[in-house]
Design a protein around this ligand. Structure first.
Ligand code: PAF
Length: 282
């Protein structure tokens, strides 16, 4: 596995690989790799000649009160995991290299799909994501890029970015990895007490029940939302942050459920805030 820190070196290598006719699969990450990342890497491995993984903790997507400074970093551990997963190139640029100090003269502002779900409380977060992902696409020059549907709003934003800027990259969304009882895997699950861990599968079960009710003919988003909220509040001690239903990937509110939709939720247990979603065609 090659480890590259220089942006020009990465770009040159990608150009050479493209000239040789090799397809490049790209998994952008902020490091501290976990099972979710490894699943993205496995998918990229199956579908491409070369797999590039980037590790870059992007300051632009952290708000002033968020954890940029204390975000977990362990490059040596990540290198081992990436190597074992069959990654060909690990791209690990510096913050100065990516943002030339603070002298960037342009950045991307995302106008749609951001003022809903988790974006409501994270002003500017998706501008930072879109800016770094555009830069990474221009450096890594991938044919395909892999993103987890656990963060469905991020996938929706990247989808819009690729369409609006005619970026020649195929977006490959990968289904959320779940525990056997349905709980979406997350590094935050370790913060659950044993009682909360027993309750947590109710989140996905409620989403599935919502989907079933829609499949059985219910088309009123408010009724589905109330049903899910009722399920969660009666069967868990979690506090609901939001339960919402939108068109996907546009993330527009619906008066009648139809087309491709997403049901997404965020809840708070004592020490962990969990998100989950389910998307499907109606
Ligand atoms: O999902 C993430 O880890 C980040 O938002 C991403 C896509 C690597 C951009 O910094």
């Amino acid at each position: 596995m090659k480890i590259i820190e220089s942006i020009t070196e990465m770009q040159k290598l990608s150009q050479e690989m493209r000239l040789k006719g090799q397809s490049i699969g790209f998994v952008p990450t902020m490091g501290f790799l976990h099972e979710g990342h490894l699943t993205l890497i496995n998918n990229a491995r199956k579908e491409n000649d070369v797999v590039v993984v980037s590790i870059f903790v992007n300051p632009l997507q952290f708000g002033p009160n968020e954890d940029f400074g204390s975000y977990p970093r362990d490059i040596e551990r990540d290198q081992k995991l990436a190597q074992n997963a069959g990654v060909d190139v690990l791209f690990n640029p510096s913050t100065d290299g990516m943002y030339r100090g603070t002298t960037m003269s342009a950045s991307i502002q995302v106008k749609e799909r951001v003022d809903v779900l988790c974006g409501k409380k994270r002003e500017g977060h998706f501008d930072g994501v879109a800016t770094v992902v555009s830069k990474l696409f221009n450096i890594v020059l991938p044919h395909r890029a892999y993103f987890g549907m656990k963060d469905a709003q991020q996938v929706a934003v990247i989808h819009g970015l690729i369409e609006d800027f005619n970026i020649p990259v195929q977006l490959v969304p990968i289904e959320t990895i779940r525990e056997e009882d349905g709980l979406a895997k997350s590094s935050r699950n370790v913060y659950l007490s044993s009682q909360e861990r027993n309750e947590a599968p109710v989140l996905y079960k409620s989403l599935v029940r919502g989907k079933q009710a829609i499949e059985e003919g219910e088309r009123d988003p408010e009724k589905i939302k109330s049903m899910i909220i009722e399920n969660i509040t009666s069967e868990t001690t979690a506090k609901i942050d939001y339960v919402d239903i939108y068109s996907y990937p546009e993330l527009k509110p619906l008066t009648v459920i139809s087309g491709k939709v997403i049901i997404a939720l965020a809840i708070k247990f004592t020490k962990a805030r969990l998100i989950d979603n389910i998307s499907f065609d109606v």
